[in-house]
Design a protein around this ligand. Structure first.
Ligand code: ADP
Ligand code: MG
Length: 213
């Protein structure tokens, strides 16, 4: 089930393509993300994410990057500085931490990308202090990491590991519907947050889907 269009290593060009694909998916799903946030938050998640990814696209147009970490770090800073709301600093932290295991590299294999994904998700967890099951973006990202690790342990290359992660992120996102929110604005609703898909889990599933396009 190899996705032949996704290469077996992440290069600077590959990360750039991933970010462009993510910006496109966010633009496509902006209204949906905002509607999800209207149900259990303040109806700005689509706008927030679109603003952030527009600023990332502008960065990619303006500059070239010699290494994976240099690019990821600037993406993180662009998101932190352009997005208000909870999700901006959390996704910004993801990219700032994602950069660290990639320091000085122009190319990373599945194992190294796994370290970067773990570092990024750990950053979100530390910064937001959410736990699994709190109905946040982590409920898409943590199962996705497990699927990624299992695929790599089975000998999968980057392409197949990312497909496994993206599929599991979709499942994790759908599984947020019956959960009660314990973090972020949705937690103010308590039991009334049940029955709605988490907006941040939805944008997080798109982040991994963008990587396999
Ligand atoms: P805000 O809630 O400030 O309006 P957004 O609407 O852009 O920000 O983002 C909301 C999303 O952020 C939620 O759906 C949830 O997935 C995520 N989120 C909020 N707080 C946390 C947290 N502490 N940890 C992880 N994710 C969080
Ligand atoms: Mg919001």
């Amino acid at each position: 089930m190899a996705n032949s269009s996704t290469p077996q290593t992440l290069t600077v060009e590959g990360l750039t393509a991933w970010l462009h694909a993510y910006a496109a998916l966010i633009a496509e799903h902006e209204d949906e993300l905002t509607e999800l946030d209207a149900a259990i938050g303040d109806a700005d998640h689509g706008t927030n994410m679109a603003r952030g990814m527009t600023s990332v696209t502008a960065l990619l147009a303006k500059r070239t990057f010699g290494t994976l970490d240099a690019l990821a770090k600037q993406v993180g800073m662009a998101l932190v500085s352009s997005v208000g709301g909870a999700a901006g600093p959390l996704y910004g932290t993801f990219w700032l931490r994602f950069a660290q295991p990639l320091a000085g590299l122009t190319e990373a294999d599945a194992g190294r990308v796994g370290l970067a994904l773990h570092a990024g998700v750990d950053g979100i967890r530390q910064r937001g202090r959410a736990e699994p099951g709190d109905k946040t973006m982590l409920d898409a990202l943590l199962p996705a990491l497990d699927a990624y690790d299992a695929a790599v342990a089975d000998g999968a290359g980057l392409a197949d590991a990312l497909v496994a992660a993206a599929d599991r992120a979709d499942d994790g996102c759908a599984a947020t519907v019956p959960l009660v929110a314990h973090r972020g604005r949705a937690s103010y609703l308590g039991e009334r947050s049940v029955g709605h898909q988490d907006p941040g889990a939805t944008s997080a599933a798109l982040l991994l889907r963008a990587a396999v396009r």
